[in-house]
Ligand binder design. Sequence first.
Ligand code: ATP
Length: 357
Amino acid sequence: MARVTVENVKKYFGAVKALDGVSLVVEDGTFVVLLGPSGCGKTTLMRCISGLERLTDGRILFDERDVSQIAPKDRNVAMVFQSYAVWPHMKVKENIAYPLRLKKVQRSEIEERVKWVAELLHITELLDRFPSQLSGGQRQRVAVARAIVHRPSVLLMDEPLSNLDALLRVRMRSELKKLHEQVKVTTIYVTHDQTEAMTMGDKIAVMNAGRIIQFGTPEEIYKKPRTIFVAGFVGSPQMNFLKMKVTSKDTQFFAEGFGMSIPLKRNPEREYVIVGIRPEHISLEKKSRSVPVTSKVYFAEKLMSETVLHLSLNEDKSIVAKVPYDLSVKEEEKIEINIDLDAVHLFDPSTEERIEL
Ligand code: ATP
């Protein structure tokens, strides 16, 4: 196991800045998720850590050791990809044993380790099958078993669950997380799926355009997103953003617009602010610290566990609220909604960065 330090890493492909100065410390034994939209540089960062890509600039260290110039095979990293990279002509047990055979590990130890990892991944009964005789989920388990059987210092997983159906993905999510708790190998996991990131990561690095925008625990990312990009990327349905004017009365400052007036703790020292409100922080009941606003129901999306209301605030601005399923509202009906004041976020309209009041 190892701590992974990425120091101001740049990776350019001609004019494309796939990584544009990335710094990150993944503590020994933790599970870190790289989250971001397609093309933001997640895979490139993984390939740099594994040694498959040469860095344009910067350094990568495993503990104190600079591995930037070290060949992939000498870094002791294991990778699991979206496609199940298992050898079709080898039985499951041979597939798993392969990295150990390459390292010339003794036969008795190979047997012991294959048994250990097969039990961990619940594939003992599959050891004598060929990959073609396995389901997608089973094949991915074999790929994971093969990756961890030689106890790598670092385990890199690049969208390992995206070829699986939704139900299996949820199950594998918790299995991989449990597996990590048992083996505690330093793990870096790539996904563009925010639910996967929020449920699996000890910490999440949110990436955009070749940079890390925020690195924090799932709770920090959700409760204190550093930018509008992070706020909009994490959370479902997406956070609502409303540009409002800053006003004041006596010593109290407000964000005003769309028929609401949100009291602010201090002067935000800007003419306008972007107010961010998550759909789950809008309710139909009045609370002691909420602000009421009138809206018109445009559309009610009835999901089985909740209802997602699309509400018009005026002719060209709408807002989304997540409310309990058993609520009865009609389209075109005017309703009063209440915004939870303690969960309101503020952002600067020009820099799009969080304003902490
Ligand atoms: P996805 O979720 O779609 O896999 P990603 O976040 O993993 O995306 P990368 O694959 O790291 O993104 O790509 C980052 C950027 O670098 C993209 O603009 C991509 O087109 C570019 N890129 C990646 N590899 C190469 C390459 N070998 N040559 C040229 N450009 C590349």
